[in-house]
Design a protein around this ligand. Structure first.
Ligand code: TRH
Length: 377
């Protein structure tokens, strides 16, 4: 089956991150994927070799090429179109391709509008709804809304068949070897990964970690988080971690997605953000705190609540998520900080493991898409 996946990078790495995981997973299950993207630069480190055609079954194509009839004409017609995150397929692409489908008896490709991830109840209501195309070359055709999600009435979460075997093979020796690329980890150190936007609580957290007795190794994710940390240290009157302090900072290079997943497996606590890394943190089964993508209209607050409820996380853990996202009172934030710094996290870990186990029983997004397309054809 041939898939055209369309991706526009709005900001950050989530758009291309999700589209890449989906493309690679579809291809690993036998699909032939063309990933049309307007900015593929992050793939250089996320999926080395992807742009050079080194991933069997996935071809990364420039978004602009979809507007060029000569280039599109050379390609066989796809069985499925996926518009990721409500991006619209270029009208030039439609104008070229629709008549070709019509010439074959008007069999339209299965046209999917792949939405953002949310645990909110509307997802179950809207998943699978159809929307007619009202204008342009494909007028009269229809798209189907496909919502990833956390319940049986949704498209599910991305989870590759290789994920669990790979996790099981990643034991203490592999962890040590993996972390050694970045630094030598001391036996008594708790290891924390940090990938976030700009949480107001960060400077306080750094100070607390530096001042407490238990030593911490903080692994700072590539990109905006590096810059944030540096800004944070420059802006504060605090001189930053000193040799005698309990906090060590290590700035990570850009990791491939596979290595980023290994990082999440290797840490005692993961701070994650956005859409894709939170799912991977869940699969890693380690305590995590989610920095949800902040939206100007406050839409992220109910989205976070729905997520906390859906996962049935411990109330203290839920409070920590609210505090990290600046959605808690001062008192709650203080309590959350204390808990964040405490290296003992057995209850927290058990809660994440319980949520993970439930989600492992749910269908995964790629299977759901494949099943849907098979039924439609
Ligand atoms: O980068 P993000 O903040 O992306 C966000 C969200 O997806 C958000 O929902 C969306 O609206 C906005 O972008 C536009 O966080 P996210 O979703 O976790 O994506 C990060 C991707 O980068 C993920 O696939 C993991 C990957 N990654 C690596 O592969 N290596 C790395 O070293 C790091 C730090 C990330």
């Amino acid at each position: 089956m041939i898939w055209d996946i369309f991706c526009r990078v709005i900001d950050n790495y989530g758009d291309i991150g999700v589209c890449w995981r989906l493309s690679a997973d579809l291809a690993a299950r036998g699909g032939q994927v063309r990933l049309w993207v307007d900015d593929a630069s992050a793939l250089a480190w996320m999926a080395p070799g992807a742009r050079q055609g080194q991933w069997p079954g996935v071809q990364v194509l420039d978004w602009n090429a979809a507007q060029d009839p000569a280039q599109v004409a050379a390609l066989p017609l796809a069985d499925v179109w996926v518009e990721a995150f409500a991006c619209d397929i270029a009208p030039e692409f439609l104008a070229h391709c629709v008549p070709r489908y019509q010439a074959l008896g008007d069999q339209q490709p299965v046209w999917i509008n792949l939405e953002y991830l949310s645990a909110e109840p509307y997802v179950e209501r809207c998943h699978g709804l159809q929307s007619p195309v009202m204008q342009g070359a494909a007028r009269g055709w229809h798209k189907t809304f496909f919502y990833p999600g956390f319940g049986p009435g949704t498209g599910g979460l991305l989870r590759e068949p290789w994920m669990q075997p790979q996790q099981q093979a990643f034991g203490a020796a592999q962890r040590q070897q993996f972390l050694q690329q970045f630094t030598e980890v001391r036996n008594d150190e708790q290891v924390i990964s940090l990938f976030c936007y700009a949480p107001a609580l960060l400077p306080t957290l750094l100070r607390r970690l530096a001042d407490q007795a238990a030593p911490t190794l903080l692994l700072v994710a590539y990109g905006g988080t590096h810059k944030l940390l540096q800004r944070c240290l420059a802006d504060s009157d605090w001189p930053g971690p000193q040799t005698q302090s309990a906090l060590r900072l290590v700035y990570l290079p850009a990791l491939s997605q596979r290595d980023y997943d290994r990082l999440l497996l290797s840490c005692d606590l993961n701070f994650v953000r956005g859409e894709d890394s939170v799912v991977r943190a869940l699969w890693a089964g380690k305590p995590f705190v989610w920095h949800i993508y902040p939206q100007g209209d406050g839409a992220h607050a109910p989205k976070l609540e729905a997520f906390l409820q859906r996962l049935e996380l411990d109330p203290q853990v839920a409070r920590m998520h609210r505090a990290w996202n600046e959605l808690a009172s001062e008192e709650e934030t203080e309590a959350a900080l204390e808990l964040l710094c405490r290296p003992e996290r057995a209850t927290w870990q058990a809660g994440v493991q319980a949520a993970r186990s439930k989600l492992l029983n749910l269908h995964d997004l790629t299977s759901a898409l494949n099943d849907f397309v098979q039924k439609k054809r």
